[in-house]
Design a protein around this ligand. Structure first.
Ligand SMILES: C=CC1=C(C)c2cc3[nH]c(cc4nc(cc5[nH]c(cc1n2)c(C)c5CCC(=O)O)C(CCC(=O)O)=C4C)c(C)c3C=C
Ligand SMILES: [Fe+2]
Length: 441
């Protein structure tokens, strides 16, 4: 959905194969000598840093090098690190990674505000370690040994039900009012909502699973997994140059997303920093609408490419709007063809979803594709884990989905099967945990 970072190019691929070769030549050594790892980290930092890699990503890389007593650096994919601490949580404005896990937990009966605070403290500490490429204390799973942080992000959110369960109803934001129902919805309650939401993304599948496993274990007796969804995007380095990703319908998806460089990006996506009142704790935060949208791929594949392009309003090959130009050319919704018809049809997805058609309503779409095998009728159980980020769902997802529900040519190829709305607080500083202002404020 979002642009690929293009971190790994041909040079990176060469580096990767060099690491693999070096690893084969050396016998495996125990990899959990953390004193050795730290010494080697300092010694290796300069060399790896020269390749333009982030310091936060070095710990795992150096750990692997120390274990094998060689100095081959990891590839750009492994070493890339995104800081856990900051004004906003990571995993919102960053490019979506190649592997994603979405998890929702319900607090266990009897788990109160204190238990929830302790859980968020544990989870935040673990996420901070993992995203910096360090092995959390006491973790002997070995799952991601040898791998760098691989752009891991871990993002935490609160569902509507969290507030009653923890005695914090007075602090529940109005923006968490339940989403309206839409005519196209076929929602499964068991795979929807939840007290707590965790989004994990990484460019390596083992790094992503490692985070998932540690967080699930740390939930302990405080919270129980309610649902889990797994998704993917194109791997960095899979294309010759950075390109916007595609979805499982084959379309380039994410072109007209708000960009962090846009003047109004923060205003659209994040709750203002000076927020006051009951939900002041949401300052710097964002609201995530999560929808599991199954694609009716067998029906879709029966359409000719030309019909498919009309449904979206963009060319399949390069994502250019049917009003002309290239992928990034602004869409001209008024353009008419020589025969008098609209270049972008009245029910084309990009016309119905555009801010111009929705009084400026906009959201940041940061999705993962999913494929969970085949259904009994032989159709793929596949589609999009659609995640929309916005400062206020009533000025983002809700009005746009209302409009799509009524007049989008794409909607007959989709089924919305699960839904959630989560308040994702701002980021935390070192030594703090996500949600502290809510739970201790
Ligand atoms: C409620 C919001 C939206 C849902 C749900 C949604 C589902 C959905 N979209 C695609 C494929 C594409 N969407 C594209 C653009 C686009 N989609 C939305 C909103 C929702 N999409 C918006 C706001 C936009 C941007 C419109 C604009 O301003 O031009 C595109 C075109 C490329 C792009 O700009 O990203 C595609 C392709 C699927 C497959 C899907 C559900 C599975
Ligand atoms: Fe869309």
């Amino acid at each position: 959905m979002t642009e690929t970072s293009g971190k790994a190019n041909k040079t990176d691929k060469n580096k990767t194969s060099k690491v693999k070769k070096a690893n084969k030549a050396k016998p495996e050594q125990p990899a959990h000598d953390s004193a050795l790892t730290r010494r080697r980290l300092l010694g290796t930092a300069g060399a790896v840093g020269a390749g333009g890699l982030l310091v936060g990503g070095l710990a795992g890389a150096a750990g692997a090098a120390a274990a094998r007593d060689d100095k081959a650096p990891l590839s750009g994919v492994g070493t890339a690190a995104l800081p856990f601490h900051g004004t906003h949580q990571a995993g919102i404005a960053d490019p979506a990674q190649a592997h994603g896990h979405l998890l929702a937990f319900d607090l266990a009966p009897g788990a109160d505000r204190k238990a929830a605070a302790a859980l968020l403290r544990r989870w935040s500490a673990t996420a901070a370690e993992l995203t910096a490429g360090r092995t959390p204390k006491g973790d002997d799973t070995g799952i991601a040994l040898d791998a760098g942080p691989s752009s891991l992000t871990v993002t935490f959110g609160f569902g509507r039900t969290f507030f009653d369960r923890t005695g914090l109803t007075a602090k529940r934001p109005f923006a968490l009012e339940p989403l309206p129902s839409f005519t196209q919805d076929a929602l499964d309650a068991k795979r929807s909502d939840g007290d707590l939401w965790v989004q994990i993304g990484a460019d390596d599948a083992f790094v992503a699973f490692h985070a998932l496993r540690l967080l699930q274990r740390q939930a302990g007796d405080s919270a129980r997994l309610r649902w889990q969804m797994n998704g993917f995007n194109r791997a960095p380095g899979a294309t010759e140059r950075p390109l916007t990703g595609r979805n499982l319908m084959g379309q380039i998806d994410g072109t007209n997303n708000p960009k962090p460089s846009d003047a109004n990006f923060d205003e659209r996506i994040f709750v203002p920093k000076d927020r006051e009142g009951a939900d002041a704790w949401m300052a710097g935060g964002s609201y995530a609408v999560v929808r599991r949208i199954r694609m009716l791929l067998d029906t879709w594949d029966h359409l000719s490419p030309e019909r498919q392009e009309k449904v979206i309003g963009r060319r399949k090959s390069d994502g250019a709007p049917l009003s002309g130009g290239t992928e990034t050319t602004p869409v001209d919704l008024d353009k008419v063809n020589p025969d008098g018809s609209l270049a972008i049809a009245g029910d084309a997805h990009i016309r119905v979803a555009a801010p111009e058609s929705n009084r400026g309503a906009a959201m940041l779409r940061r999705a993962y594709s999913y494929h969970d095998g085949f259904r009994d009728d032989g159709a793929p159980d596949a589609g999009l884990l659609f995640i929309a980020w916005q400062a206020d769902p009533m000025r983002g997802f809700v009005p746009v989905q209302r409009k799509l529900d009524r007049g989008d040519g794409l909607s007959r190829f989709l089924k919305h099967e699960a839904s959630g709305l989560f308040a994702v607080p701002g980021g935390c500083a070192e030594g703090e945990y996500v949600g502290q202002r809510l739970l201790e404020g």
